[in-house]
Design a protein. Structure first.
Length: 126
């Protein structure tokens, strides 16, 4: 219960800060992800590309943090592999439960209608 409360406070803190750019330390604190993991994710996910300032430090924008939180949900909470998370982020593969229904072939539709008719007749007999 306290972990959820703590996460909620961090998200509220993040929304209250509303800065133009965030350092890797600030992003690490907001998302509760170690900086070395953030740097690793940059090498895998092409959408996660924070700019670097003149000193060479990473500067993250709000949309980067939103993506990081989505990646955290997929990888750490839903236990996706980085390859699976990459497919979902890039839109190649929908998340389970969010798939689009594929149209059924004519043969399958015919079989389903036969099963439905059989079940309706069986129901009438009962």
């Amino acid at each position: 219960m306290t972990a959820i409360f703590y996460d909620t406070l961090k998200i509220k803190y993040f929304h209250a800060m509303k800065k133009l750019y965030y350092s890797i330390g600030e992003v690490s604190e907001i998302t509760d992800i170690e900086p070395h993991v953030l740097r690793y994710w940059e090498t895998i996910f092409t959408d996660l590309t924070p700019r670097k300032n003149k000193a060479g430090n990473r500067t993250y924008k709000e949309n980067d943090i939103t993506l990081i939180l989505k990646l955290k949900e997929l990888i750490q909470e839903k236990k996706y592999s980085t390859a699976g998370a990459k497919k979902i982020i890039e839109g190649e593969e929908p998340e389970p439960g969010k798939e689009k229904a594929k149209p059924l072939s004519a043969e399958v539709q015919k079989d389903l209608k036969e099963v439905k008719l059989f079940l309706e007749k069986l129901k009438e007999k009962l």
